[in-house]
Design a protein around this ligand. Structure first.
Ligand SMILES: Cc1cc2nc3c(=O)[nH]c(=O)nc-3n(C[C@H](O)[C@H](O)[C@H](O)COP(=O)(O)OP(=O)(O)OC[C@H]3O[C@@H](n4cnc5c(N)ncnc54)[C@H](O)[C@@H]3O)c2cc1C
Length: 367
């Protein structure tokens, strides 16, 4: 399908862009006055090999569908946090998943792909076929062609064991420094991950609030022991609970909502970037922004802290993905309806990014 569309666009010298699930954050997707958007969301078939250790997926497969298919087959994929993503849209750029500590990066899950190049060639790409492209697509994939299908690793696990403990654990404002220090000091084992979030309570008061979202692949008692230093900080509420694989993404469903304006500012940090003093300044910036612009009260700042041992051990020589040594990913997400707020939102996002960058602990700018 994509092959014919690419050939047609080449024949008539038309620009084209592939779109899967439409969550791309880049603001450089311009087709000019006349161009083709090649929608691959209908390419969404998923099938497993006999022992459920691999799946063949089409280029537009949706994360939610991958989870449901795997659960039904007593197996599991490395899974991004939000259900609305195109699985390959996420993984061709690197791929951050809840199971990163066990399975490595998203690019490490790809066994082989079928690719249509910009000039309309259909190629098999893997370790032995087109090895240069194989290196390139796993990290910079969206630049090298349309992946029409891929073979992806799967990890057999009975449904009853395919559980995780996660949920919202909220903290009072004055606990922020203790929470950040506890996250910084946490022994982040491969089956753990933790996010923290600045948001507001919603209507009617829109009070700023601090939430941690611990995630543990396993049962509640093991999870509570692993996250004891976080729970010891003294939350105001603890909604973390055991959930089956199919429900892990429900918690982040609001991030998937389309519409409104979201000029996201991303920053990556080393563990040292979990600096209590800086995060107090970031929270002050957040509170200042939502107080000054009540129409942007659903804005958030989300930080995700991952165990990176496995993806580091796999090694950067294996693919073009350059961020294996980075454990913390932050998204500053101003959210509002009216473009008149763009300048203020961009100034705020850029201020927060500069604050975090100043103490990111990284040898190079990884924004
Ligand atoms: C709410 C939200 C949550 C997120 N959570 C995570 C997360 O947990 N982990 C993570 O790694 N990332 C995450 N991201 C980032 C996300 O992975 C990227 O934005 C990704 O590019 C989205 O893919 P898509 O198919 O949904 O979007 P699209 O906009 O359709 O695609 C994004 C880019 O990938 C290209 N592309 C998509 N499919 C193919 C294909 N088959 N072949 C070639 N090129 C293709 C498109 O041309 C485009 O350039 C998140 C983003 C959002 C908005």
């Amino acid at each position: 399908m994509s092959l014919h569309q690419v050939k047609y666009c080449n024949k008539y010298d038309l620009s084209f862009l592939v779109q899967s699930r439409g969550n791309g954050w880049a603001d450089t997707f311009h087709l000019g006055n006349c161009g083709f958007l090649i929608d691959i969301s209908g390419l969404n078939k998923i099938s497993f090999n006999s022992n459920k250790t691999q799946a063949t997926i089409q280029g537009g497969a949706l994360v939610q569908d991958m989870i449901n298919a795997a659960f039904g087959n007593n197996t599991r994929f490395a899974t991004p946090t939000c259900n609305c993503l195109g699985y390959l849209g996420a993984f061709l750029g690197g791929g951050i998943t809840r199971e990163m500590g066990l399975y490595g990066a998203g690019v490490d899950q790809i066994v082989s792909v079928n690719l249509v190049t910009a000039s309309g060639q259909a190629l098999q790409v893997d370790q032995t076929h087109n090895p240069d492209l194989w290196y390139a697509i796993r990290g910079a994939g969206a630049n090298f062609g349309i992946v029409t299908s891929a073979i992806i690793k799967a990890y057999p696990i009975p449904q009853a064991l395919n559980i995780a403990w996660e949920g919202a654990v909220t903290f009072a404002d004055e606990k922020l420094e203790s929470l950040i220090q506890a996250i910084h000091d946490l022994d982040l084992k491969p089956h753990m991950e933790i996010d923290f979030l600045f948001s507001t309570s919603g209507p009617p008061t829109y009070t700023p609030m601090i939430t941690a979202i611990p995630f543990f692949l396993g049962n509640a008692s093991a999870a509570e022991a692993a996250f004891a230093p976080i729970l010891k900080v003294g939350p105001t509420s603890n909604g973390a609970t055991e959930l089956p694989y199919t429900e892990w993404g429900a918690f982040t469903a609001s991030f998937c909502e389309k519409g409104e304006r979201k000029p996201v500012y991303g920053v990556s940090l080393a563990r040292q970037g979990l600096d209590a003093e800086i995060w107090r300044s970031v929270y002050d910036e957040y509170k200042g922004f939502v107080a000054a612009y009540p129409e942007a009260a659903n804005s958030t700042i989300l930080a995700e802290y991952y165990p990176i041992q496995k993806q580091v051990a796999i090694g950067s020589a294996t693919s073009s993905y350059p961020f294996r040594d980075i454990p913390v990913h932050v998204a500053v997400i101003p959210l509002y309806a009216n473009s008149s707020l763009d300048a203020a939102a961009n100034a705020y996002g850029s201020r927060v990014r500069d604050l975090l960058r100043a103490t990111d602990g990284l040898a190079r700018n990884s924004t």
